[in-house]
Design a protein around this ligand. Structure first.
Ligand code: HEC
Ligand code: HEC
Length: 444
């Protein structure tokens, strides 16, 4: 089999030499068994839920509110969503989040898509369910530095929260640790990454992927050996591997008390990763290009290295670019809209609560209208009536503002207390522009 393949490659090579095309020969991917791989990467038709925590609309709505609730933290400033930001695939864009003590945390904030299918949680797999995982960051001194009892008391003193807990848990209508964990877990199980172009190819649409991307997929399942660990529609085997990063973090080894598992970390899903850079448990790799270069050239050889890594991966510059092109097809063109996030209002500036003088729409990636005249003291309302996540940034006289993620349904209200010219853009789609002219005449 092997020898036949080599002989064939030799023949192809020989004919290419004759045709004067030999430099391209090494970049030719092996033929792809499309039918086989379409089966391997097919998406499931439903999301699994544990029998003791069935998903209900009320529970998910409560979980989504709790995910955004700073009362869970000791200083009342940190919510789950402070680190797990929806427009960054529920990661935070930094290599390691700076903790309560001002020092970076030990590991990077992982993306949270598709954890309903997870078998263990955290980079080292030390939590066995989303329910048990959720209580850890709350009491962790460096993450939320909270106290569960205090947090539960604070939630229970809020009438709306008591009502939401009752609706979510009719059989046990109490604000307890168990129900808090169940609601957070139920919400996180709804974070299922949407279909991308790769899924359209899997469903049989041959033209959904460009030739370069398909060549990258051939490498991924072929000589680059990625599929040994990144397998199935989520692109993870749920196992722990040492992939030879220089980090000294021992990962899975100490959790098991098995030194052979030192430096091993959970294989992450590769879905929607365009939005969650930097990569790896330590955030040490900035781009997909860096990741591919790591596998090809920079693996630290040590006894714990995963047996599932190919002995040697030789990749030309073209092949590396093809792999990166393929990885990009596993992400949406815009940060995907997470279902079930409650709409919120982000207010900025004096009089931001005033009745809005004007409302601007963001439908189809456009501020509409694109120019607004206002008076000092008036408020502007910017409503995300689009299907995408946006980010409102304002630059003007001696002032600038950044809204963070503005999810579909969210409103940003801005009060202007100084005359002048303000430029409003979306940080995610910078071609979205709104010009605001504020005149001195006081509003009445
Ligand atoms: C200060 C930042 C921060 C906050 C706040 C935070 N997390 Fe995390 N989260 C992390 C980091 C860092 C990890 C990885 C830690 C590790 O693997 O050792 C993590 C891991 C996780 C994981 C495991 C994901 C996986 O792939 O295994 C889940 C689930 C999670 N967090 C949910 C939550 C929830 C729910 C909350 C709120 C109750 C929360 N986080 C609050 C930073 C944070
Ligand atoms: C031996 C198993 C294995 C193989 C083979 C493998 N990976 Fe990985 N991959 C992992 C593990 C484990 C991690 C996380 C490692 C860590 O953080 O220490 C990872 C991380 C990644 C990440 C970063 C994801 C994130 O969210 O941080 C990308 C991208 C990636 N791999 C792509 C690839 C590509 C492309 C290939 C083929 C060239 C490949 N992997 C081959 C196991 C593997």
């Amino acid at each position: 089999m092997m020898r036949e393949g080599l002989a064939r490659t030799g023949r192809v090579l020989a004919s290419l030499v004759l045709a004067g095309l030999v430099s391209g020969a090494a970049d030719r991917p092996a033929p792809l068994d499309a039918a086989h791989w379409r089966e391997v990467f097919a998406r499931p038709d439903h999301t699994p839920t544990p029998p003791d925590n069935p998903t209900t609309t009320e529970k998910v709505a409560l979980g989504a509110r709790l995910f955004d609730d700073t009362r869970l933290s000791g200083d009342g400033m940190t919510a789950c969503s402070t680190c797990h930001q929806s427009d960054l695939s529920f990661s935070d864009g930094v290599d390691r989040h700076v903790g309560h003590d001002g020092q970076p945390l030990d590991r990077r904030t992982p993306a949270l898509w598709n954890l309903a299918w997870g078998l263990s949680f955290f980079w080292d797999g030390r939590a066995s369910s989303l329910e048990t995982q959720a209580m850890v960051p709350i009491e962790n001194e460096r993450e939320m530095a909270g106290n569960l009892q205090t947090a539960l008391q604070s939630l229970a003193s809020d009438a709306r929260m008591r009502k939401d807990f009752s609706a979510a848990f009719p059989e046990d209508p109490t604000v307890t640790q168990g129900n808090l964990a169940k609601a957070l877990a139920a919400f996180q199980r709804t974070l299922v990454s949407p279909e991308t172009r790769f899924d359209r190819w899997v469903k049989g649409e041959d033209k959904a992927l460009e030739p370069e991307e398909l060549a990258g997929f051939s490498l991924f399942v072929g000589k680059a050996g990625c599929v040994a660990c990144h397998q199935g529609w989520r692109f993870t085997d749920e196992a722990f591997h040492d992939i030879g990063l220089p980090s000294t973090d021992k990962g899975r080894g100490p959790v098991l008390g098995v030194p052979a598992a030192d430096h091993a970390f959970k294989t992450p899903s590769l879905r929607e990763r365009v939005w969650s850079a930097p990569y790896m448990h330590d955030g040490s790799l900035t781009t997909f290009e860096d990741v591919v270069d790591h596998y090809a050239d920079r693996i630290v050889k040590r006894p714990t290295l995963s047996a599932d890594l190919p002995k040697e991966i030789e990749l030309s510059a073209t092949e590396r670019a093809q792999l990166v092109a393929f990885l990009n097809t596993l992400s949406s063109d815009d940060p995907p809209r997470p279902a079930n996030l409650p709409a919120k209002t982000i207010a900025w500036g004096t009089n931001a609560d005033a009745v809005a003088a004007s409302t601007v729409s963001q439908k189809d990636r456009r501020f509409s209208p694109g120019a607004i005249l206002m008076k000092v003291g008036e408020a502007l309302r910017i409503l995300n009536d689009d299907t995408r996540v946006h980010n409102v940034r304002v630059d003007g006289p001696a002032k600038s503002f950044n809204s963070d993620a503005q999810n579909p349904g969210d409103t940003v209200t801005i009060g202007f207390d100084q005359p002048g010219q303000y430029d409003v853009i979306c940080g995610i789609h910078p071609d979205m522009r709104l010009s605001v002219t504020v005149s001195t005449a006081q509003a009445h």
